[in-house]
Ligand binder design. Structure first.
Ligand code: AMP
Length: 341
């Protein structure tokens, strides 16, 4: 029988690497963390990596690809992997790679991902084609902005032009209707081996300064000219109202079904971990403003499992470990090709 001893699990040392590597070790794999020089301490300290390979910058990843191939390593992509290597270059990777590579281009393109979501019958916030159309609160997001930094809210075209002048170098942005409600990020896992969709957990982000601005009175905010920003600093676990679960499962399944046959994706479609990032309005309508087609950092609070994985598994099951378990089953069942893309 093919054995997992012949393989290694590798990922870049950032984002959700701790749980990916810990999960892989729990399933019996050898692990490699590829770290930027000077940033490997967490991976050493937490004992999650059997081996650490240091490179100057993540963008230089291709320098070590042959070395990884020689170790029969399987790369687990995460958010930093996509943003440092680029959705285009991900296609040039020749080592084994978990998940559909073509899908990363869809998730990283706001127009394309919206098309996919709408096609799957998912409610999305309105997009304003030009600043002149702004007739209600809108959130302005810069493309490729790292972790929400620099996003701002404007209610009128005049306010938009005033605020955008602070970012003269930014030409690529989207103007989205601002939905008043609570953020809810649903962490899914779709297994092509079992044709089963799981909901692993939920989170919301801990954003600076959006999550602290309510600590000062509105008048003081105005006096001090404080504007809201959305820089991610961490993640907060959530358990949802149980009656929302059927809809959340249905939404996830439709997104998986509609991913099949997308240009450059093939019939294999989306599989493994993914996340729908939504605002839930007071009428309990979900407005999905983004999809991540790989593991999200919002799963990090659940290294020891979530309340939902506790229902489904008898061991602590993080999303990182779920990925490793899927790969292990695929290897042992001679189906590895079905989870590589
Ligand atoms: P994003 O970078 O698209 O994930 O958005 C960063 C943060 O901005 C989210 O966590 C939300 O708090 C907020 N946000 C994004 N889009 C919207 C929206 N359409 N309405 C309200 N808040 C939003």
């Amino acid at each position: 029988m093919p054995s997992i001893k012949d393989y290694t699990i590798a990922t870049l040392g950032s984002h959700s690497a701790l749980q990916i590597l810990k999960g892989a070790k729990d399933e019996g794999f050898r692990t490699i963390a590829i770290c930027e020089k000077g940033k490997s301490e967490p991976y050493r300290s937490y004992r999650v990596a059997d081996e650490i390979i240091e490179i100057e910058k993540f963008a230089n990843f291709f320098e070590v690809e042959e070395q990884l191939k020689a170790k029969n390593a399987i790369m687990i992509p995460h958010g930093s992997f996509v943003s440092y290597i680029g959705a285009e270059k991900v296609r040039d990777i020749t080592m084994m790679h978990y998940g559909t590579r073509g899908i990363l281009k869809w998730e990283s393109d706001r127009v394309k991902s919206r098309e996919w979501l709408v096609d799957a019958g998912i409610r999305v916030p309105k997009i304003f084609a030009s600043p002149e159309e702004i007739d209600r609160p809108a959130i302005i997001k810069f493309h490729g902005a790292k972790g929400g930094m620099g996003y701002f809210v404007a209610k009128t075209p005049a306010e938009f032009y005033e605020r955008i002048s602070e970012y003269p170098e930014e030409k690529d942005y989207v103007i989205q209707e601002y939905i008043v409600g609570v953020p809810l990020y649903t962490h899914y896992f779709y297994s092509p081996l079992h044709d089963e969709l799981e909901i692993m957990s939920f989170d919301k982000r801990y954003e600076s300064n959006a999550d602290s601005i309510g600590r000062i009175a509105a008048k003081d905010q105005l006096d001090a000219n404080i504007h809201t920003s959305y820089t991610i600093t961490g993640n907060i676990p959530i358990v949802v109202r149980e009656s929302m679960l059927p809809d959340l499962f249905a939404m996830g399944r439709r997104v998986v079904e509609k991913s099949r046959g997308l240009e450059g994706v093939g019939q294999q479609g989306l599989f493994g971990p993914f996340c729908l990032e939504a605002i839930v309005a007071p009428d309990l309508k979900f407005y999905v403003f983004e999809i991540s087609a790989r593991i999200v950092a919002g799963t990090n609070p659940y290294i020891d499992g979530s309340p939902y994985t506790a229902l489904r598994y008898d061991v602590p099951m993080s999303t990182g470990r779920r990925v490793a378990r899927e790969i292990k089953e695929a290897i042992e069942g001679g189906r590895l090709k079905e989870v590589l893309g």
